[in-house]
Ligand binder design. Structure first.
Ligand code: ADP
Ligand code: MG
Length: 298
């Protein structure tokens, strides 16, 4: 069973659409609850819904510790979170707060020291290394800041790469068809047979998104996917991710530093010292920026 409690927004705390809820209690207020400052559900038991089997990603008391200088440091410290299917989530926090560790534990790239991670109904701790590799390949999409496109493969082949790694034959027409379909959805069908180097940076990032979508994964993870892009191209990429959620029902978990990028998501969570210290529903850039500044003052 998932231990995760819904903390009601304090009375008078502003029940508006863009309510910030980084706990106001000062340093002593942080980190008491496993999930701190959760926003009360709108019009129903939202987090209970998230415990249903349709939750795309569930973390329960996830801790990841490293040994440093002979002592143990928690890069993640008892994080509990449920992300329903069809949600676009932003993960924010200062450098060193634990965002990448969160992403790596959630995506099966790293194993927690304690606690459990479920992708859909699958408990990652119960998978062998080979099983984890299969899960990453078949059920998870990744979009990194470094695009990792293979220069010697065409745009269509790069897009189809996860299918080929899963054993599909390159000459199987359904593989190309699937690649062309997702390339169409990112506006690049006409560039299928070009080399990545013939595309602009923004177009290459769109290929990376097409590749993340090609297996129809349970969760798409992005680590600063817009971090290296100019604002116009970043907007294109965020539009695509928003569409993937709204039109295709995908689930996207995106680490970002950028309040504007976060404002494209349904919910932002704020991580500090390996803990979730705040959440924003329907984040707007100003409230996100203020929340980040407040974390910075601690
Ligand atoms: P972020 O992505 O928010 O910048 P990270 O998740 O990369 O933060 O790191 C969180 C904390 O854990 C940092 O203090 C970092 O130094 C530490 N950490 C991360 N990875 C390792 C590692 N492999 N060995 C030791 N410490 C690590
Ligand atoms: Mg990081």
């Amino acid at each position: 069973m998932v231990r995760l409690r819904t903390v009601k927004r304090a009375a008078g705390g502003g029940a508006g659409r863009h309510g910030a809820d980084v706990s106001a209690g000062g340093a002593a207020g942080y980190g008491e609850a496993s999930v701190h400052g959760a926003v009360a559900p709108r019009g129903g038991a939202r987090y209970e819904d998230a415990f249903a089997p349709e939750a795309a990603l569930t973390l329960d008391g996830v801790t990841r510790s490293y040994r440093r200088g002979g002592r143990s440091v928690n890069a993640l410290d008892g994080v509990s979170l449920a992300v329903p299917r069809g949600r676009f989530l932003a993960v924010m926090g200062r450098s060193g707060s634990g965002k990448s560790t969160f992403l790596q534990c959630s995506a099966g790239l790293d194993r927690p020291t304690s606690g459990t991670v479920h992708i859909g109904g699958t408990d990652l701790a119960k998978l062998s290394e080979a099983g984890l590799t299969r899960l990453r390949r078949d059920r998870i999409g990744f979009i990194f800041q470094a695009l990792n496109l293979v220069p010697s493969l065409s745009v269509a082949e790069n897009t189809a790469l996860p299918l080929l790694l899963a054993g599909a034959r390159p000459d199987d027409p359904s593989v190309r068809e699937r690649a062309l379909r997702v390339l169409d959805s990112v506006g690049l069908r006409g560039r299928a047979d070009d080399a990545p180097s013939e595309l602009s940076g923004g177009q290459q990032q769109r290929v990376a998104i097409a590749r993340a979508l090609v297996t129809n994964p349970a969760v798409i993870f992005g680590d600063e996917p817009t971090g290296a892009l100019d604002p116009a191209t970043a907007t294109d990429v965020l539009t695509l991710l928003r569409d993937a959620v709204d039109k295709e029902g995908h689930t996207v978990v995106m680490v970002t530093h950028d309040p504007v990028a976060a404002s494209w998501t349904d919910e932002a969570i704020f991580i500090e010292d390996g803990r979730i210290v705040g959440r924003l529903d329907h984040p707007d850039p100003d409230t996100v920026a203020r929340t980040m500044a407040r974390l910075g003052e601690r």
